[in-house]
Design a protein around this ligand. Sequence first.
Ligand code: TYC
Length: 112
Amino acid sequence: MSTKRKNQGDVGVAEPKARAKPKLERPRLYKVLLHNDDYTPMEFVVLILKEVFNKSDSDATAIMLHAHTHGMAVAGVYTFEIAETKVQQTMALASKAAFPLLCTMEPEEIAQ
Ligand code: TYC
């Protein structure tokens, strides 16, 4: 077999190689939501926001009051596994204390 390369014309010759640094997709983010109810004490919700969501006392109080008056509030925005863990931790603490506090997560809208 010949060692000479076949003539491939100009196809691809002057083209740059594939990107050296491929662009990474941003990970999808999830909002963790605290839902209002009539029975969970305000102090317990503030405690959850401080302990699970690492909020300051004043941020925790503001988020709790938002849920209390508007029906729900965003406790934080995280990647999937972190959001899932925070939902599980919150629900475990609520059920241990026998409060009906509901915590859920939903994907953030994708920015265009
Ligand atoms: N509404 C509750 C009360 O009056 C307090 C509360 C606030 C409960 C926020 C849940 O996500 C919540 N004791």
